[in-house]
Design a protein around this ligand. Structure first.
Ligand code: NAD
Length: 483
């Protein structure tokens, strides 16, 4: 399979003439396909197409734009199984998770189709009684969307759908580790009949991403990925005056208090830490547990994690699959080794997959580390793998302090029956998304998504919050002609 870019309504190979390959992380003997390794010329062609399409697209009534999103939603729903299978094959998560994510993509398209007629503006009292003063939301223009591999359906669509409905034209540069899923999304949008140039797909890695960030015809960049890449994108956007939005890493805690329902806390902590092999920005990476229940909680978590089935995403029993790449697997193993050297106790897992049937994939046995202290690297840095660090604390005050003592602030959860502690946690935790008796991962598309501190720039994605990035406010004053 040799797949092309999608530019100006046509499938075309990269002008660089170079391709890259993507292999199945569960079995690297399986070649998913070859994809264009695009460069600045490919990005320029896409930007030119998007700019040419913009004047007509932005003038279209929102309900007319919505029809394309509804059509795309229907097409994606009809192809759900095929898209989910492709997602599992190149990204590694289990088939049910991939199908769930594809279903969420359908919901996102339908949700934003409806938002077009709700965008609205404000009527503002003027100091002049004859003046009608109001605001309108205008499209930002041409937007570049740079996405990671871990939610290759949901993340591109939670950017594409609001961008399109609010009248922008789009260039998507997906992750080089999940290019096939992006190709299938582009097929859906093509078949939905979008006018040429309104949506463009440019495949490739860092060079294509950098070219998009630096392209003068791109008015805004919405990025999801690592904090290091996000910071470099922010600098480049500031330099040339482009709008930007960044969603980045996390070091998400659950806090378990003595009055928690321990069965619930154990199950949702394990789920948050180990589903998708811990490769979610909102994955639970720290369990901060008060001493009175720490032994019992830890014993039950380890028992549950030891029972989890590791295998390819196509195995119906697989709870978690392989990591995305060899580099990712080695990074997780190095982090665990370092944690051991710094004094953490590895209670289970933490080795590469050593079963014969896992020999050709990037597997790591899910790991639970006890007696982690806040100063250890494993307590501070994002690992992005199936690793749970347990930190023991004397009381709720200490738990809050430890929970906030990291650079990140994406999601957080507390397990308690005490309404006062729940309220205090919700108010005092430094996180963009807070749960009480819930998993740190898992968000609803109609609610704002994003973090604080090093996890996000200052805007939010999804829900109605998305319009703040994809539109700009125009203030308009009407006065009568003549004196
Ligand atoms: P990454 O930063 O390596 O890559 C993300 C995207 O940026 C890819 O498309 C990549 O090709 C591109 N890119 C790389 N270097 C670039 C550059 N210099 N200029 C422009 N583009 C460039 O991240 P990743 O490994 O794909 O994703 C994992 C990270 O994403 C984790 O840190 C995770 O926490 C984060 N993430 C955050 C969220 C969120 O919403 N907060 C969601 C999912 C993943």
């Amino acid at each position: 399979m040799n797949l092309a870019n999608y530019i100006n309504g046509e499938w075309i190979p990269a002008r660089t003439g170079v391709t890259f390959e993507r292999r199945n992380p569960a079995d690297t003997r399986d070649l998913v396909g070859r994809f264009p390794e695009s460069g600045a010329e490919d990005v320029s062609a896409a930007v030119e197409a998007a700019r040419a399409a913009l004047p007509t697209w932005r003038r279209l009534a929102p309900d007319a734009r919505a029809q394309f999103l509804y059509k795309a939603a229907d097409l994606l729903a009809a192809r759900k199984d095929a898209v989910a299978a492709a997602l599992t094959r190149e990204e590694g998560k289990s088939l049910p998770e991939a199908a769930g994510e594809t279903g969420r993509g359908v919901v996102l398209l339908r949700y934003y189709a409806g938002e077009g007629l709700r965008v609205g503006g404000d009527v503002i009292p003027s100091t002049n009684p004859n003046t009608l003063l109001f605001t309108e939301r205008m499209p930002l223009g041409v937007v570049g969307l740079i996405t990671p591999w871990n939610f290759p359906v949901a993340i591109p669509l939670w950017k594409i759908a609001p961008a399109l409905i609010y009248g922008n034209c789009v260039i998507l540069k997906p992750s080089e580790l999940a290019p096939h899923t992006a190709h299938l999304l582009a097929e859906v949008l093509h078949e939905a009949g979008l006018p040429k140039g309104v949506f463009n797909l440019v495949q490739g890695g860092r060079a294509a991403g950098e070219a998009l960030v630096n392209a003068p015809g791109v008015d805004g960049i919405s990025f999801t990925g690592s904090t290091a890449t996000g910071k470099s994108i922010a600098r480049a956007c500031v330099e040339r005056g482009a709008k930007y939005q960044l969603e980045m890493g996390g070091k998400n805690p659950v806090v378990v208090l003595e009055d928690a329902d321990l069965s619930q806390a154990v199950e949702l902590t394990v789920q948050g830490a180990m589903r998708s092999a811990g490769e979610k920005c909102t994955a639970t990476s720290r369990a901060i547990v008060v001493d009175r229940v720490a032994d019992e909680f830890t014993r039950r978590v380890v028992g549950r994690v030891r029972d989890l089935h590791l295998g390819p995403g196509t195995d119906p029993d697989a709870y978690l699959g392989p990591l995305i790449s060899e580099k990712a697997r080695d990074n997780v193993l190095t982090n665990i080794e370092k944690a051991k050297q710094e004094g953490a106790h590895v209670l289970c897992g933490g080795q590469a997959g050593h079963r014969p049937d896992l020999a050709h994939g990037h597997y790591v046995w899910p790991a639970v580390l006890d007696h982690v202290t806040p100063g250890m690297t494993i307590a501070q840095e994002e690992v992005f793998g199936p690793v749970l660090a347990i930190l023991r604390v004397p009381d709720f005050d200490a738990a809050l302090k430890v929970a906030n003592d990291v650079a990140y602030g994406l999601s957080a959860s507390v397990f308690t029956r005490d309404l006062g502690n729940a309220m205090r946690f919700a108010r005092e935790i430094e996180a963009g998304m807070v749960r009480v008796n819930g998993e740190t991962a898992g968000v609803e598309p109609q609610a704002p998504f994003g973090g604080v501190k090093a996890s996000s720039s200052f805007s939010r994605e999804q829900g109605q919050a998305a319009k703040d990035f994809y539109t700009q406010i125009k203030t308009i004053a009407f006065d009568k002609a003549g004196a």
